[in-house]
Design a protein around this ligand. Structure first.
Ligand SMILES: Cc1cc2nc3c(=O)[nH]c(=O)nc-3n(C[C@H](O)[C@H](O)[C@H](O)COP(=O)(O)OP(=O)(O)OC[C@H]3O[C@@H](n4cnc5c(N)ncnc54)[C@H](O)[C@@H]3O)c2cc1C
Length: 249
């Protein structure tokens, strides 16, 4: 499991408009021409937080920034999650670093007076999102692959009884988690998932983040990153690491 960083950035133009599930793209130094997408983890007035795992050159560069340095951000981008009018009970499912976009959504739900349950899955106890960072009023249910904290298993193992309770389900996690959720059916529940496909431009020009949906090809950066679970043709979606776009930097 890679190292995970939380950074706060002053970006008032972005925080003024940002919604949970939207993202920013960052220029990660002069040596990488492609901007890297990261979800808006939280906002607080003029500041926004990014929570990211160091997996390659871009995130490695970002993890080395110091207080007071400038970073080049573009956003907010994408559609974001939407809480339906009349929904009272929200179930949020986070696999690993998939917790990043869900905390702001949990906060929005609680602020609107809704019941929010958040299932947080991680490999092991030390990799779990810190409990004291979870917004007050959210019922957190922790699960770990090795059973070192909370229930033993993956987040989807705990889904069936909780899904019955929920009016709406929101998820962010790895592709196998989504495939499992799609197989489960989940009745007629409205389920929104955030896709973390590898992106080229982030603004709909390069088509590197195309996914096949029941309405045809859609771009994760422009039409997403949030989609209905049942809208995606999961057999056609490649793992992020083996997307059509061969990232050249
Ligand atoms: C809309 C959106 C929101 C995202 N939000 C977050 C977030 O909040 N926090 C976070 O940590 N990450 C997030 N990601 C993933 C993040 O963009 C990538 O991890 C990042 O671009 C990797 O850049 P890098 O230069 O460090 O790695 P690279 O050098 O580009 O790649 C290093 C390795 O990571 C793999 N990789 C690259 N991108 C992804 C990906 N999207 N998913 C899985 N593996 C990948 C590559 O195949 C390669 O093996 C998000 C992606 C999208 C599309």
């Amino acid at each position: 499991m890679p190292a995970v960083y939380l950074i706060w950035v002053e970006a008032p133009d972005i925080t003024a408009e940002a919604r949970p599930g939207q993202f920013v793209t960052l220029r990660c130094g002069d040596h990488l021409p492609l901007r890297r997408p990261l979800s808006i983890h939280r906002t607080d007035g003029r500041k926004l937080a990014l929570l990211f795992a160091v997996v390659g050159q871009g995130t490695e560069w970002l993890s080395g920034r110091l207080v007071g340095e400038y970073v080049d951000l573009l956003g907010p981008l994408g559609n974001g999650f939407s809480i339906h009018h009349g929904s009272q009970k929200l179930l949020l499912i986070a696999g690993g670093i998939g917790i990043a976009p869900l905390v702001a959504l949990a906060e929005e739900g609680v602020d609107a007076g809704l019941s929010v349950k958040l299932v947080i899955g991680a490999e092991t106890a030390s990799k779990l999102y810190p409990e004291d960072f979870i917004p007050g009023g959210v019922e957190a249910i922790c699960v770990t692959d090795d059973g070192s904290a909370g229930g033993r298993g993956v987040a989807t193992d705990f889904l069936p009884p909780l899904a019955d309770w929920a009016d709406q389900i929101f998820a962010c996690g790895p592709m196998p988690m989504y495939r499992r959720m799609a197989e489960m059916g989940l009745g007629d529940k409205p389920v929104q998932v955030l896709l973390e496909q590898v992106m080229g431009c982030g603004i709909g020009a390069c088509r590197g983040c195309a996914v096949m949906t029941r309405q045809g090809i859609r771009l994760v950066c422009r039409d997403g990153p949030v989609f209905r679970l049942g809208e995606i043709i999961w057999e056609e979606v490649k793992e992020p690491g083996v997307n059509r776009l061969t990232r050249w930097a």
